[in-house]
Design a protein around this ligand. Structure first.
Ligand code: FAD
Ligand code: NAI
Length: 591
């Protein structure tokens, strides 16, 4: 009888499995034939990119209403927050990517290519699909093991792109959504392109992993001098923003948890990790408490933090720095250098700005948009820009606050009670999107403006303090959080638009974009993370949440990114990777 039950369960299980597969393939082929039969009859949306901005848009856009084409040189979505983990092998490469075709389904056409030009008059983009491997240096085909040559290791190997025969092509659009992200900013500092690693794409992470392994193996060569060993095992990270901090943290974990076991002498005597930051704090965009915690925590983790130190150049075997207040240049011998000093606009972003006209597109950070995320200066409203490549035009903070000030100063005295004014800003904050995310900065500005601690605020003092603050806070942060909300917003907006020809969205009762900040998270190593809730009003303010650090933040960090993984496949792989690393450590082979 038991055997019979088992047989029934097996038959039902296998049957359901095959029925599901058959249903999926039927649904897939039906969608393909439906989308083929309607090609050319619906307005065409072309989306550039397969990153954090593009994917939520592609997933939620109404394909009954639009023909949607996605053009990107990367045929997968990349979970960038886990890149530092990939660069040391905590998580494997296939875990952090998901094929764009499986993410968006057959109703959306995907073409693997770079967009290289846009004609806004004829509404045509020009694309180049020659050598589309994405790396963050702007070069197409680079040597994967190139850094190993520097560390004195094995010879390099060229990866050839098999798709070099694909021709250039043009494509018409009715609506173009630019979501091409950003590239690394080197500030034209000599030697960075040639000698440093970036951490922006998957290939970057693989190169770093290989270079770390190479440095250790090179240091083990019997004829190596003590001085050269120390140089080979000195890892330098430039930039104390979240990328630099998270990579330093992962590297310290790797050294303590795995390399110490395989190379005990080297780790005890020669390994050194240095993080170099030009400002006087790491994670300077987060709450001060968090910067302080991270700096102390890094000292415990044996990461040297050089603050107020500016990298002037990078040579093959050293980093040249200048300390604040000194004119002298100091050389720091090292092997692997990871460059994480922020981002800048890609060439295609600048090209689009130029085509639209630099008068309307004056912001160098990216394509300037209105609050519906439509590029400024495009009269028919056919170009949208989202994510790292876009900047929303904001009314100046100083103007917004002045309006409030005038409203509160009913007697026109030009001075206000500071506490009452603060309370007013607090109440009004939701009407002014910029005030919401920069509430901490505004609070600081008030304190600075009221230097004499009189408890009163004059319009003149407030004005000059706000002008200073305005310079710092014109744009939304370049994060996945912003890009994803913008992508989702555009899908909802375009799904609702009734008249594509009319650019008056207010008349069509369409809401402009409102960013909801959910807090900032960063992993700082040793099973600790930091979590900053500032600017998250009104969601978390109800609980009056304070910055969080340590193990509890690390659990939140892990749970958050686990739930953020787009599919069950990558969730499963991530869970397995974390368990594997805990049980067996990271793989240190170089391949
Ligand atoms: P991307 O996600 O970079 O996507 C750009 C897409 O455009 C890519 O598919 C690219 O191939 C494609 N593309 C490029 N050129 C062209 C072209 N010419 N034509 C067509 N397509 C093109 N943010 C957070 O909020 N939290 C985090 O924890 C976090 N961690 C990060 C860790 C690291 C190491 C890095 C590098 C970034 C991290 N970020 C994080 C920032 C976040 O990844 C970016 O803000 C986000 O990727 C921006 O999304 P995007 O869609 O604008 O660009
Ligand atoms: P960043 O711009 O946030 O930080 C770069 C740091 O490098 C700055 O602190 C700057 O002072 C320093 N710097 C610049 N030039 C220097 C020099 N020559 N010498 C020494 N230091 C120098 O850049 P980052 O970390 O690359 O991040 C890029 C974007 O991605 C940011 O918008 C960030 O918010 C986002 N991101 C978010 C993460 C998160 O939320 N956990 C993780 C990683 C990135």
């Amino acid at each position: 009888r038991r055997l019979k039950n088992l047989l029934i369960i097996t038959v039902v299980g296998v049957g359901s499995f095959y029925s599901y597969r058959a249903y999926r393939s039927y649904k897939w082929s039906k969608e393909v034939s439906e989308s083929d039969s309607t090609t050319g009859t619906k307005p065409r949306i072309v989306v550039l990119g397969t990153g954090w901005g593009a994917v939520p848009l592609l997933k939620h856009i109404d394909t009954q209403k639009y023909e949607v084409v996605c053009v990107s040189p990367r045929n997968y979505f990349l979970m960038t927050p886990l890149l530092p983990s990939v660069s040391v092998g905590t998580v494997e490469t296939r875990t952090v990517i998901e094929s764009i075709r499986s993410l968006v389904g057959p109703k959306i056409k995907y073409v693997e290519a770079h967009c290289v030009d846009v004609d806004t008059k004829t509404k045509v983009i020009t694309c180049n699909s020659d050598g589309t491997n994405t790396v963050s240096r702007g070069d197409d085909v680079k040597t994967l093991l190139e850094p190993s040559k520097r560390a004195g290791g094995a010879s390099s190997r060229i990866i050839k792109d098999s798709a070099r025969t694909r021709p250039q092509f043009d494509m018409k659009y009715d609506i173009l959504v630019v979501a091409v992200g950003s590239e690394n900013n080197t500030f034209n500092i000599p030697g960075v392109e040639e000698h440093a690693h970036f951490l922006k794409e998957l290939l970057d992470a693989r190169r770093i992993r290989s270079a770390i392994s190479d440095a250790f193996e090179s240091a083990m060569t019997p004829s190596q001098t003590a001085e050269e060993r120390k140089r080979l095992l000195h890892f330098v990270i430039v930039g104390g923003g979240p990328t630099g901090v998270e990579f330093a943290a992962e590297l310290a974990d790797f050294v303590r948890e795995d390399l110490q076991y395989y190379f005990p002498r080297l780790v005890a005597n020669d390994v050194k990790i240095t993080l170099i930051e030009a400002l006087d704090h790491v994670l300077s965009m987060m709450d001060k408490q968090i910067s302080d915690y991270t700096e102390k925590h890094f000292r415990r983790e044996n990461i040297d933090v050089l603050m107020n130190t500016f990298v002037k150049s990078i040579k093959q075997r050293e980093v040249v720095v200048q300390f604040k207040g000194s004119n002298e240049l100091t050389s720091i011998p090292c092997s692997v250098v990871v460059w994480a000093t922020g981002i800048k606009a890609r060439p295609i972003t600048n090209r689009i700005r130029e085509i639209i006209g630099l008068k309307a597109q004056s912001n160098r950070m990216g394509i300037l948009t209105d609050r519906y995320l439509r590029a400024k200066g495009v009269t028919d409203g056919s170009i949208y820009a989202i994510g790292d490549c876009a900047t929303i035009e904001q009314p100046k903070l100083v103007d917004q606050i002045q309006t409030l000030f005038e409203e509160a100063d009913t007697q026109r005295r030009g001075a206000l009670d500071l506490q009452q004014f603060k309370a007013l800003v607090e109440r009004k904050i939701h009407d002014f999107p910029q005030l919401e995310i920069f509430s901490k900065t505004i609070e600081k500005t008030f304190e600075e403006a009221d230097k004499e601690k009189s408890g009163f605020l004059t319009l003149a003092t407030l004005h000059s303090a706000l002008e200073k603050a305005d310079k710092k806070i014109r744009a939304l942060p370049a994060t996945a959080q912003v890009a994803a909300q913008e992508g989702r917003y555009i899908a909802d907006l375009l799904n609702q638009v009734t008249d594509l020809k009319s650019s008056d969205y207010q008349q069509q009762n369409l809401q402009s974009f409102r960013y909801k900040h959910m807090g900032a998270l960063a992993y700082v190593g040793g099973d600790s993370a930091v979590l900053d809730f500032s600017g998250t009003k009104p969601i978390f303010d109800l609980f009056n949440l304070q910055p969080l650090s340590g193990r509890s933040a690390a659990y939140l960090w892990k749970s958050f990114y686990f739930t953020e993984m787009f599919t069950g496949r990558t969730k499963t792989l991530l869970a397995f990777d974390w368990v594997r690393t805990r049980l067996y450590g990271r793989d240190i082979s170089r391949y």
